[in-house]
Design a protein around this ligand. Structure first.
Ligand code: ADP
Length: 248
C-alpha cells in the first residue's frame, strides 16, 4: 500500500513540477536579470530539480520492483562516465567544505552499462556520501579494477558511518537508520542502487565503521557476456537505440 501510494502521488506531483522546471529554464535564458534574481532563481531551480529527482526515484523504484526495466546498454569508458557524475557534485563539496577527490587506476576502463540507470546508482551513492558526511570531511570517488579483474567504483567518505548490526538492512527498501534525520529521502535510494547493479550482473559491497566513515564499492564484470543473461538491448554505434527507459 505504501508503494502504491508513493507511486500515485509521485505521478501527480511530477506533472506540475515538470511544467515549473520548464518555465524556470525559460526564465534562465533571459538576459536582463540582476544578480539577486539570478540567485533566487537558482535556488528555485535546484529545489525543483531535487523534488523531480525524488519523485523520479520513487517511480523508478516501482518500475524496478515490478521488473519493468529493460537495460539499454552501451559500451562506455567508466572513468569518463563516473568523472562526469563526480563533477556534478563539486558545488556540494564547496558548500560543505568537504575535501572531494577523484582517482582512477588507468584512463580507460570499458564496461557495458545502461547510462541512465547506472548514473542513478552512482549518483545515489555520492549523494548519500554528502548527506552523511559532516562539514570539513572527505569524500573520494575511485575507479579501477579489483584483484579478480572486475571494474570497480568506490565511494569513500569520512562521515557518520553505520553500526555493525544495521549494515545488513541498509539495502532494504524504506530502511533508514535515523528516520528523523534531515535526509531528503525515503530510504529507497540504496535499494534502487542495488537493484540497478544486480540488473547489470554486478554487485555492491559496503564497509563501514560507526563514527569513522563508509566505503561503498560497485563491482562490474567487464564485457557484455554477463549482461546477455539479463533483460537488455545492446546499443551499438550502428544501431543507436532510442533510450526509452524511464529515468526520472
Ligand atoms: P535515504 O533516503 O534515507 O538516504 P538510502 O536507501 O539511500 O535512504 O540509505 C538507507 C540508510 O542507510 C540511510 O537512511 C542511512 O542511515 C544509511 N546510509 C546510506 N549511505 C550512508 C553513508 N554514506 N554513510 C552513513 N550512512 C549511510
Amino acid at each position: 500500500m505504501k508503494q502504491h501510494f508513493f507511486t500515485n502521488i509521485s505521478h501527480d506531483i511530477r506533472t506540475p513540477l515538470t511544467l515549473i522546471a520548464g518555465s524556470i529554464n525559460k526564465l534562465f535564458n533571459r538576459e536582463n536579470m540582476d544578480t539577486a534574481e539570478q540567485k533566487y532563481l537558482k535556488i528555485i531551480r535546484t529545489n525543483t530539480n531535487r523534488l523531480l529527482n525524488l519523485t523520479g526515484e520513487l517511480l523508478n523504484f516501482r518500475k524496478l520492483e515490478t521488473g519493468n526495466v529493460t537495460l539499454q546498454a552501451s559500451e562506455e569508458n567508466l572513468v569518463d562516465f563516473v568523472q562526469e557524475i563526480y563533477i556534478s557534485f563539486t558545488q556540494f563539496a564547496i558548500n560543505k567544505n568537504i575535501k572531494y577527490n577523484f582517482e582512477y587506476s588507468q584512463p580507460e576502463i570499458k564496461v557495458w552499462i545502461d547510462k541512465n540507470q547506472f548514473e542513478r546508482a552512482v549518483c545515489n551513492l555520492i549523494s548519500n556520501a554528502f548527506k552523511y558526511t559532516p562539514e570539513e570531511g572527505e569524500i573520494s570517488v575511485k575507479v579501477g579494477y579489483s584483484n579478480d579483474g572486475k571494474a570497480t567504483i568506490s565511494i569513500i567518505d569520512t562521515g557518520e558511518g553505520i553500526e555493525d548490526g544495521k549494515i545488513n538492512h541498509i539495502f532494504n527498501r524504506f530502511y533508514q537508520i535515523d528516520k528523523q534525520a534531515e535526509g531528503n529521502g525515503f530510504g529507497v535510494g540504496l535499494s534502487i542502487t542495488r537493484e540497478i547493479i544486480l540488473l547489470h550482473g554486478g554487485n555492491i559491497q559496503v564497509k563501514s565503521t560507526l563514527g569513522k566513515g563508509s566505503e561503498f564499492t560497485i563491482y562490474l564484470h567487464p564485457g557484455k557476456k554477463v549482461l546477455k543473461k539479463c533483460r537488455v538491448h545492446f546499443i551499438t554505434v550502428e544501431s543507436q537505440y532510442p533510450v526509452g527507459v524511464f529515468h526520472g
